[in-house]
Design a protein around this ligand. Structure first.
Ligand code: AHN
Ligand code: ZN
Length: 333
């Protein structure tokens, strides 16, 4: 019995040794050479890099003005900063100003800021947007005495603006194969939780008054809350309903780029956000938005609190979103 056992054991060891030898031989031989070629080819193609550090600096630059609540000095000055950043990156900048009335009757001096980046040769365009205003009240703050303070908005939504500003720098350095329009929308966050139409006032205005007559990009991508550690970009309901092929292409780009841990396969709930009004205007638009099914409100822990500050931004999350967009735009994986 013992002999049979040791015979079987010897046979097993031998098989393992042979398998080990063949794999060792493979890794030193032609297989490895092929892998090296593939790696260097990939390194050659992934030449356009999105800088997470620059994006983080852009989050801080916005927050340094203070909360960008419509009607405040911080809002005015940051609006000028955003327009000048786009201009410095070579965009044609259009400022769309309007006085919009909030649900509580407040008249908001709103400013949508558009930066147009031309393609080498193409009339086909992509719209990328984020809201740049801050909520006037931290009404979800755990401390009731702080709920009337404004939100600093590092993640909601300086993060999305910062990713697009860093992308603007990339677009200046590398002419894109399609035209890109960056739209910073105002007055998103002066909303009332009992009224869907009280949100996204800047987008609603833009949808009715596009910055160019007959403006028709192929599709739009909205960024909202793209800077928290451990962000989970589930497939938002209205995005899947109105722009399924855009969701598919963006998620494919993210997965191929190695960011599958952020861009999850899970379906998220619906969020009344800027993209809904862009979709209603006939432009298929998705929302890349951090969805936390286990939190009370469905968003990141500091949402609409005084804790939404730059020290809570993770550059790795900015990188996942920014590099995915770069790889999608330039077709590099
Ligand atoms: C609602 O809660 C209805 N919409 C959330 C949209 C939002 C607020 N995005 C950032 N802040
Ligand atoms: Zn908000």
């Amino acid at each position: 019995m013992r002999n049979i056992c040791s015979l079987i054991l010897a046979a097993l060891l031998c098989a393992v040794a042979v398998a080990g030898c063949s794999s060792a031989k493979g890794s030193k031989g032609s297989d490895n050479a092929a892998t090296e070629v593939a790696d260097s080819a990939r390194a050659d193609t992934v030449a356009i890099v999105f800088s997470a550090d620059s994006a983080l600096a852009m989050v801080k630059a916005q927050c340094d003005f203070g909360p960008r609540v419509p009607g405040t000095e911080a809002h005015r000055r940051c609006g000028d900063f955003l327009a000048s950043r786009l201009e410095a990156c070579g965009a044609n900048v259009i400022n769309q100003r309007a006085t919009l009335t909030a649900f509580d009757g407040t008249r908001l001096p709103a400013r949508n800021i558009i930066g147009e980046f031309a393609a080498a040769d193409s009339s086909s365009r992509i719209l990328l947007l984020a809201h740049w205003d801050c909520r006037p009240w931290a009404d979800s703050d755990p401390d009731p005495s702080r709920r009337k303070e404004p939100v600093m908005g590092a993640n909601d939504a300086a993060s999305g603006v910062a990713v697009l500003l860093e992308l603007a720098r990339v677009l200046q350095a590398h002419t894109p194969p399609v035209g890109i329009d960056i739209l910073f929308v105002d007055a998103e966050d002066w909303g009332n939780h009992n009224d869907d139409r009280s949100w996204a006032l800047g987008s609603q205005h833009w949808a009715k008054n596009p910055h160019r007559k007959g403006y028709r990009p192929q599709f739009g991508i909205l960024l909202d809350m793209v800077g928290a550690p451990g962000a989970q970009f589930a497939k938002e309901y209205f995005s899947v309903a109105y722009a399924p092929s855009v969701v598919r292409d963006v998620w494919t780009a993210a997965l191929k780029s190695g960011y599958g841990s952020y861009f999850t396969a899970r379906d998220g709930g619906g969020v009344t956000d800027d993209h809904v009004f862009v979709c209603a205007a006939g432009i298929p638009c998705i929302d890349i938005i951090d969805n936390r099914p286990d939190s009370e409100n469905g968003f990141f822990p500091g949402w609409h609190t005084t804790a939404d500050t730059p020290d809570c931004i993770d550059p790795a999350t900015l990188k996942a979103v920014g590099q995915t967009l770069v790889n999608l735009i330039y077709n590099q994986y």
